[in-house]
Design a binder for this molecule. Sequence first.
Ligand code: ARG
Length: 461
Amino acid sequence: TNGGLIRGRFREELDEVMEQINASIGFDRRMATQDIDGSVAHVTMLREQGIISGADATAITGGLDVIRGEIVSGTFAYSVKLEDIHMNVEARLGELIGEAAGRLHTARSRNDQVATGFRLWVRDAHDRTLRLLARLVGVLVEQAAAHTATVMPGFTHLQSAQPVSFGHHLMAYVEMFGRDHSRFRDARARMNESPLGAAALAGTSFPIDRARTAELLGFERPMRNSMDAVSDRDFALEYLSSASLCMTHLSRLAEEIVLWMSPQFGFVELSDAWTTGSSIMPQKRNPDAAELVRGKTGRVHGALLGLLTVMKALPLTFSKDMQEDKETTFDAADTLELCLKATIGMIGDMEARGAAMAAAAGSAHATATDLADWLTRELGMPFREAHHLTGRLVRLADEHRTTLARLTLDQLRGVDPRITADVFTVLGVEDSVRSRRSFGGTSPERVAHEVEQWRTRVEAL
Ligand code: ARG
């Protein structure tokens, strides 16, 4: 048991509940291979520095290799009595190679050991997330490419505002996920330093080479302060905050998919592969995956707030509170990755219903701004006056139960005789979208240009 390894000063066994609250093996087994990677680097360096013998190092590395095999194949017997993954691996190493196992922990503490293993795990999570975000941006760009001129209503306050293209709307998410990608990349670069060799908190009197273990583990450099190295969980917090923001973006897109899928909108369709039925209502096609992405956002936000709260006001250096960093981070990473995969799937699967979008765009006076702009540009009216006049025309259209674009020239001139037939060139939703040629605007050429830019950028993500 753990007692055998580190309870020299104790006479009695742990209380059962103490054992239960103390153990992290239930979840930190997920970083078993990272723990072994850290140990292999450490033992390699110890031998190179002449701190342990070549024979001991070979025995330890061989034993760790066997254990890695047992973990990967699922035959490793984890024990709660051994508290965590570090003690589980070390105890098994003792069974396999005997006395030499006891030399692995020279010039090391579980404090720098866990900081190293967890950092390696979070770094792997960053890499998986970066790849998924690149794929998501890729599918969004390709959907947008197919719909640079598909007109839909753009909303503010969830009220029809101005017509936009579906492609432009999707490209807005490309920008968000592009920023998410750069946030994860920045955070990964910042966290890629090695805590190994900080030992418990103060460093060690053994002649270790921290730059060497850093290099062996693919870290840029060793962390500069041993106390910071064992106390810092910024790397997990930055991962979680990037994940939280990314989930917020995913939840907004998910919510839009839910809205677009509702028969009242009817803007998009998802295939059978991405919809579920109802147990009682035979007609239903529910966008459950989108709802779950929306719902699961709470877990990731919760993980961030949870760890911020664990770390708040925690004095230097290690306290056992910090063991609470892993479970929610693992869950947040699983959740984020699943939601990214589901969103990639839905976006690739989604079929736009251009006719429904165009009808909705054309039905709500969505080109009122275009009319006001025309009055300003063509008649030299101050914009505020044009705004007021257009408002009166909207009311007139409402009174005739029609839309702005369908008012007759006589009706328009009844309100202001200066209006000419030229006005009809700006009242159609397609005209409106085509006219928005300003940088960042929704005109089809602008959107097509952005699509091309992103097709190149996505290669480099
Ligand atoms: N299981 C512990 C954790 O997850 C490992 C560190 C233990 N260190 C200690 N001083 N008790 O953080």
